[in-house]
Design a protein around this ligand. Structure first.
Ligand SMILES: [Zn+2]
Ligand SMILES: [Zn+2]
Length: 340
């Protein structure tokens, strides 16, 4: 098989021919159709964030494909099935996995970090991991459901529990933030999208944002949110992962508001404890998406209620994966798919 191998920080990706793995008992081999390029990959490549397993490792954790072969004892999925591969998966045995919170599994596996990922023609996975795709959902574009759509879906539905009529401020409209906009609007939230990119803000409106704030124009974002919401947002999402924006998101809340942190941030963040107490603010995080959420989400995708096609801004073949990363470094587009 052909694969883009990460050999260590600052060394880029090397295209290599590797032996195609054979599925062992309880495993399946997936022929990868597409894999989205995510900021997490850029953290590994450019910013020194270590992969869970030391390099060399194949990156890529937002994949779709078809089942090419199955190992001994695997009854489903079957050869030829169209599937998506959730970015992370649990062991299936621990207390979190057995209570529907596989995303908190104590031995969570992460494609393209703890095990080989999908910037390759083939990918090995435990048989319980692939999620079948409904009829009518496009195979390549479905890749982005595996992370960029499912992570926001869980954050909006299960963590922040956005209710109809609530005001929702979304800080950052990249791959994840844009889908927070989309999912929060679908839940009945009145969404204010905040970003520095006018094109992204225009797409946010198309996907359900009622209002936008251009962060290159507004210097005081919490004040700008408070002005547009009668004293502050009911819910704020931070989908960037920067201390400054996490603080701004917190400061944009009204009394009794909720802050949901979806962006990955390695640094510590100082929050106004006095406001947390006097205003009964809630602050919580959200990680990935439990397995049980994929079926209802894919049903919304199939019905056209959650849109995925407008979110894919480019497709590049595996051999030109570097061009895809260059687009992301330049901040171009929303999601680039690597197709094999
Ligand atoms: Zn990701
Ligand atoms: Zn587990």
């Amino acid at each position: 098989m052909r694969a883009a191998v990460f050999e260590g920080p600052g060394r880029g990706l090397a295209l290599r021919e590797l032996p195609t793995p054979h599925p062992g008992p309880g495993e399946v081999l997936v022929r990868v159709a597409a894999c989205g390029i995510c900021h997490t990959d850029l953290h590994f490549l450019d910013h020194g964030v270590p992969t869970a397993k030391a390099p060399p490792i194949v990156l890529g954790h937002e994949a779709s494909g078809t089942i090419e072969s199955v190992g001994e004892g695997v009854a489903s999925p079957r050869v030829g099935d169209r599937v998506l591969l959730p970015a992370v998966y649990g062991c299936g045995r621990c207390r979190f996995c057995r209570t529907g919170r596989e995303n908190l599994c104590s031995s969570l596996a992460f494609f393209g970090s703890s095990v080989d990922g999908a910037f390759a023609t083939h990918l090995l996975a435990p048989a319980h991991v692939p999620v079948p795709l409904p009829e009518g959902v496009p195979l390549e574009e479905s890749a982005i459901v595996a992370d960029a759509v499912s992570t926001p879906f869980h954050a909006v539905r299960n963590r922040a529990r956005v209710r109809p009529g609530e005001t929702v401020a979304v800080f950052g409209c990249g791959g994840v933030g844009m889908n927070v906009v989309q999912c929060a609007a679908l839940a009945g939230g009145r969404v204010i999208a905040i970003d520095i990119d006018a094109q992204k803000l225009a797409l946010a409106v198309e996907l359900g944002a009622e209002r936008t704030i251009d962060a290159t124009v507004e210097s005081d974002l919490p004040r700008a949110v408070r002005r547009r919401t009668d004293g502050g947002a009911d819910v704020a999402f931070e989908a960037i992962g920067k201390p400054k924006t996490i603080r701004q998101a917190c400061e944009s809340l009204r009394r009794g508001g909720r802050l949901c942190v979806v962006g990955y941030c390695a640094e510590e963040v100082a929050l106004p404890a006095q406001r947390l107490m006097f205003h009964e603010l809630e602050v919580f995080g959200s990680l990935g998406c439990p397995t049980s959420e994929y079926a209802p989400l894919l049903e919304l995708v199939r019905a056209g209620r959650v849109r995925i096609v407008p979110l894919v801004s480019a497709k590049v073949p595996l051999d030109r994966i570097e061009a895809g990363f260059e687009r992301m470094r330049r901040g171009e587009g929303l999601r680039t798919l690597v197709v094999s």
